[in-house]
Write a protein that binds this ligand. Structure first.
Ligand SMILES: [Zn+2]
Length: 131
């Protein structure tokens, strides 16, 4: 089932859009209505940098049914070049390729095929940058 939240977040999923507070400059991803630092409600939409580093990660051995074919896979918290952190599945990498500090870039990939609606859902994932 595709949640209403999924549709609401579509632009940011496709373009990695974040909200930068006009008052204090804090960058929120996903965007928020009110700044968590200064409570201002005025934001400018900014695109996040694509590159970042793995802060921490975990390997998923027993995934939910829709991700069964991808196991085992790594889910990482990535800190982007501007300090914003996001959680992303690491695509196309065996678990032993991902370490704390591994450089990654954010890419767009098919996340899952909804079994009921047969809709392909796309979202962002992280990919290891070859060294
Ligand atoms: Zn603010």
């Amino acid at each position: 089932m595709i949640s209403p939240r999924y549709h609401r977040e579509k632009p940011q999923r496709y373009r990695l859009e974040a909200g930068k507070c006009d008052a204090c400059g804090e960058v929120h991803f996903p965007p928020r209505k009110v700044c968590r630092k200064c409570f201002t409600e005025d934001f400018t939409t900014v695109n996040l940098p694509r590159r970042g580093k793995v802060v921490t990660y975990t390997t998923i051995w027993i995934p939910p049914a829709q991700f069964e074919s991808m196991k085992p896979y790594v889910v990482a918290i990535v800190e982007l070049e501007n300090g914003v952190r996001l959680t992303a599945m690491v695509a196309e990498a065996p678990p032993d390729e991902v370490k704390i500090g591994t450089e990654v870039e954010i890419i767009f990939r098919r996340m899952q095929t909804d079994p009921v609606w047969e809709v392909l859902q796309y979202g962002y994932k992280a990919r290891v940058i070859p060294t």
